[in-house]
Design a protein. Structure first.
Length: 420
């Protein structure tokens, strides 16, 4: 571990590699780079300290550099003990960013680093899963007076912050960046779809074609995972608790059944529900020998890893991110200790999808700062106009041209008089 007052990273000598990876990400993140060019001129974040708990990846580094270009001071830690890319963290430390993160953090370090970020007395928080915002509301209430607002990146964090709002304990505005269409309909769907399978493949080198893949949860993430698994030739079963989503899965051509039944059929299980104990010891007991279990939900609660460990006669690490549990004479494989497999065993979502997610984060921070003191302490959506601007920027980056409405068409859409 390399420690200085303003950073704690695994190995500073990884910075050169990190720099190259960040450059690669920048090339693929057109919208964020366009925002950065404007930020460099306008400095909308001058005098603002941004505290971040986000996966410390090359894509996040692109966002950090953009906030810095806008005039902000940034302090960052990870939002998951297994997701840090140590080379990206080293590169940020070398650039003078306050960064506290390494891959494989202990629980103690995870919370110590949240505290380190808060010790910079941030004005804006960017969170992914709500641990940082929770920390402020429970342990560091004295910091609230300096906080303009927060931005939340993920579905799980939105569920938590809405619970805070319902209970009347939320003390500053939080922008639900996840709810941008240019976030959850792209990142959750295309990003989680690809990166989850990437993580499972890197961890196991398993063939998807011909396998029965059980996808638990049919939200935006589950839909993406199911589609990509089908595209690789897997037979997909979906499990769902929501009637409408279960119906969507059925009409999309998947088999839908309770986990109790799916457990007997699956070769590969992927949880993306945002809920806990979706796969339990009871399920595991009816699984086939060799079943592979992976989670791509934000927290490591979807698979009851502790319960399975307790029920196992023996456990061994087969290779990085792949542990074997011997349960009732069968070999069951849990990947990445039940933590989100796309960031544990692979590199998270590709830069192209993080481009629109993080354009949303950069613009949400700017929006909070511009509207300082005017927004209620509620969960807020970013205005749709900004969301649409992000889509325009990404189309531009991809060299895609689109049609526009004619004057006649605009008028038609605004009128009610023209019918049959
Ligand atoms: N979440 C999922 N993929 C990510 C990535 N590449 N960077 C940051 N956060 C992510």
């Amino acid at each position: 571990m390399e420690k200085e007052k303003n950073y704690e990273v695994k190995d500073l000598s990884l910075a050169e590699q990190g720099k190259k990876n960040i450059e690669l990400a920048e090339m693929r993140m057109g919208p964020v780079m366009e925002i950065r060019r404007r930020f460099e001129k306008e400095k909308p974040l001058k005098g603002i300290t941004v505290g971040m708990a986000l996966h410390v990846t090359k894509e996040t580094a692109v966002l950090v550099r953009t906030l810095v270009a806008g005039g902000a001071e940034v302090a960052i830690t990870s939002c998951n003990p297994l997701s840090t890319q140590d080379d990206a963290a080293a590169a940020l430390a070398k650039e003078g960013v306050n960064v506290y993160a390494y891959k494989g953090e202990s629980r103690e370090d995870y919370y110590r680093y949240l505290e380190k970020v808060l010790s910079h007395n941030p004005n804006v928080l960017i969170d992914d899963g709500l641990d940082l915002i929770t920390e402020v509301h429970t342990k560091r209430k004295e910091l609230i007076k300096n906080i303009i607002g927060g931005c939340e990146e993920t579905t799980t964090g939105i569920i938590r912050v809405r619970a805070m709002e319902r209970e009347g304990v939320l003390r500053f505005p939080v922008i639900a960046v996840n709810d941008n269409k240019t976030k959850h309909l792209l990142d959750n769907y295309y990003g989680t779809g690809q990166s989850t399978l990437d993580g499972i493949m890197r961890a196991t080198n398993i063939l998807f074609a011909g396998k029965t893949v059980v996808v638990a949860g049919y939200g935006d993430c589950g839909k993406g995972v199911a589609l990509k698994a089908k595209g690789l030739g897997a037979n997909v079963i979906v499990t769902e608790v929501d009637a409408f989503r279960a119906l969507q899965a059925k009409l999309d051509g998947y088999r839908v059944m309770p986990m109790r039944e799916a457990a007997k059929e699956g070769d590969i299980f992927i949880t993306v529900t945002g809920n806990k104990n979706v796969i339990t010891v009871e399920h595991v007991k009816s699984m086939k020998d060799g079943a592979v279990l992976a989670n791509s939900g934000h927290f490591d609660v979807e698979i009851d890893v502790a319960g399975i460990k307790k029920a196992a006669k023996s456990t061994r690490r087969i290779r990085p991110f792949m542990d074997e549990y011997s349960v009732d004479g069968k070999r069951i494989y849990i990947l990445g200790e039940g933590r989100l497999i796309n960031l544990a065993a692979a590199e998270g979502h590709p830069s192209e999808v993080m481009a629109t997610s993080f354009a949303g984060q950069a613009l949400a921070v700017e929006y909070l700062v511009k509207n300082k003191g005017k927004l209620p302490a509620k969960v807020l959506a970013l205005p749709e106009k900004i969301d649409n601007e992000i889509a325009e920027l990404q189309l531009k980056a991809m060299g895609v041209k689109r049609d526009g409405l004619t004057g006649e068409q605009k008028k038609y859409l605004e009128s009610w008089k023209e019918g049959t």
